[in-house]
Design a protein around this ligand. Structure first.
Ligand SMILES: Nc1ncnc2c1ncn2[C@@H]1O[C@H](COP(=O)(O)OP(=O)(O)OP(=O)(O)O)[C@@H](O)[C@H]1O
Length: 270
């Protein structure tokens, strides 16, 4: 039997006493690269927290590789959205090492296998050159690479990345998305990656998980990012406009349901 990487069945999630997502169901096949899209407050982070076992389910079930979701599963790697820079004077190597489990006295306790794991994670994101530099001296994009290296330490099979492209310029967005995609393929990882702009992910995603108005819709880009599907999801007129190889999702009144960036490196999406 082919067990999905992730199965969400009739799940309702609330934050601060308010229902954010109601009775959502979707299944993500193993090895899938999924873009998680939706406007501010649609519930992207809330879904990730539920997949980590950090949010109580008001109803329904979540399984990761057939096992009910639970906190601290080393097979699930997570890069949170709020990334305060702590320990800016640490080197890149130490910052990655600090995320290892098995720390002692608050210090990374590495040993030879641990050091090898840190080196391998840095190499995987092409960040060996950042290993000796103080984190405080690095650009936002370079720090993102170190954060990505941290998530790889436990060799996860499911990677949840909350807006890893935020604050990158358009060219770096595209480059970072492609890097994550290549890593996922090389390591046979399933990836869920939230974003505000679909364009850097075009041509890379196997599926889109679109969140709006308390509902969720999972499918291919061609199935989900259409005027019909999104109008039904929002229960309000939404236009999907394709121009210059980019996609824009525009709500009635001209407001962007997603926030497109000027993504000159974007692939044409047929
Ligand atoms: N700690 C909290 N306490 C109460 N309500 C919260 C909390 N965090 C989020 N919410 C609410 O839950 C809803 C979903 O928030 P969530 O952060 O999941 O959205 P999001 O899609 O990730 O948004 P963004 O794109 O802005 O990051 C929002 O209405 C938000 O106001």
């Amino acid at each position: 039997m082919n067990i999905p990487a992730l199965e969400v069945s009739h799940v309702t999630l609330a934050r601060g006493g308010q229902v954010v997502l109601q009775d959502i169901s979707f299944a993500v096949p193993k090895g899938s690269f999924v873009g998680v899209l939706g406007a501010n407050g649609a519930g992207k982070t809330t879904v990730f927290r539920a997949l980590l076992g950090l949010e109580p389910l008001q109803s329904g079930t979540v399984t990761v590789q057939g096992v009910p979701v639970h906190q601290g599963n080393p097979k699930v790697g997570y890069m949170p959205q709020m990334r305060k820079l702590v320990g800016g004077q640490l080197t890149g190597w130490s910052m990655v090492a600090a995320a290892r489990k098995g720390q002692k006295w608050g210090l990374p306790w590495c040993g030879r296998p641990g050091r090898a794991a840190v080196d391998a994670a840095l190499e995987a994101v092409d960040a060996q050159d950042l290993a000796k530099k103080p984190v405080a001296s690095l650009s936002g994009g370079q720090r993102q690479r170190l954060l990505l290296a941290q998530t790889l330490l436990d060799d996860p099979s499911l990677l949840l990345l909350d807006e890893p492209l935020a604050s990158l310029d358009p060219a770096r967005m595209r480059e970072t998305a492609a890097r994550i995609h290549a890593l996922a393929q090389a390591r046979a990882m399933t990836v869920l990656m939230s974003a505000h702009d679909i364009n850097p992910l075009l041509g890379l995603m196997d599926h889109v998980l679109y969140l709006a108005r308390g509902k969720a819709l999972l499918g291919t880009v061609d199935d989900v990012i259409t005027t019909e599907a999104l109008t039904a999801l929002y229960n309000a007129p939404v236009d999907v406009v394709r121009a210059g190889g980019r996609v824009f999702v525009v709500a009635e009144g001209g407001g962007a349901a997603l926030q497109p960036h000027d993504c000159t490196g974007g692939h044409t999406h047929a």
